[in-house]
Design a protein around this ligand. Structure first.
Ligand SMILES: [Zn+2]
Length: 158
């Protein structure tokens, strides 16, 4: 049984945002948290990710709890929908699931309208990291990077 969370249950949009949030948080001593065990929990309020972390400096322990209902349920629903699609569509899933600028702007507007400043900060940090990567500057290790392949950087076949 895990100890009660010492902070709020934080609603996130993806796994990468969970690690971004924990990197941004600090121990009372000013140290950074080292991720430890992670568990998927069926809470009364919905699906949660529980992370046990240890302070790099003083060795203190704490737990971060994330509400993943937004994307966990969405992922399952989308996978079910994909199974119902004809093969000529499912064979193009990688192409179809690539983000587009129009879709991205609609999504950012949705987050803005919802007042989700935490999600907007996450996106802003990711953009800053991509700019540093493209400019060849030394990474700070504080901003998130993509957790999967960078499909959106793939150049189209000539
Ligand atoms: Zn500490």
């Amino acid at each position: 049984m895990s100890p009660p969370p010492e902070g709020p249950v934080v609603a996130v949009h993806c796994i990468a945002q969970e690690y971004w949030y924990m990197r941004r948080a600090q121990c009372e001593c000013g140290g950074t948290w080292v991720p430890g065990t992670q568990a998927l929990v069926h809470a009364a309020s919905g699906m949660q990710d529980h992370h046990q972390v240890t302070c790099r400096s003083c060795g203190a322990h704490r737990e971060f709890v994330f509400d993943i209902g937004r994307f966990h349920g969405q992922f399952l629903a989308e996978m079910k929908a994909f199974r119902d699609l004809p093969p000529e569509i499912t064979s193009r899933l990688e192409e179809l699931t690539q983000p587009t600028m129009e879709g991205l702007l609609v999504y950012l507007k949705t987050l803005t309208d919802a007042g989700d400043t935490l999600a907007l900060d996450f996106v802003a940090d990711a953009v800053a990291q991509f700019r540093r990567d493209a400019g060849g500057e030394a990474p700070t290790g504080e901003a998130p990077g993509p957790t999967g392949p960078r499909r959106w950087r793939k150049t189209p076949a000539a």
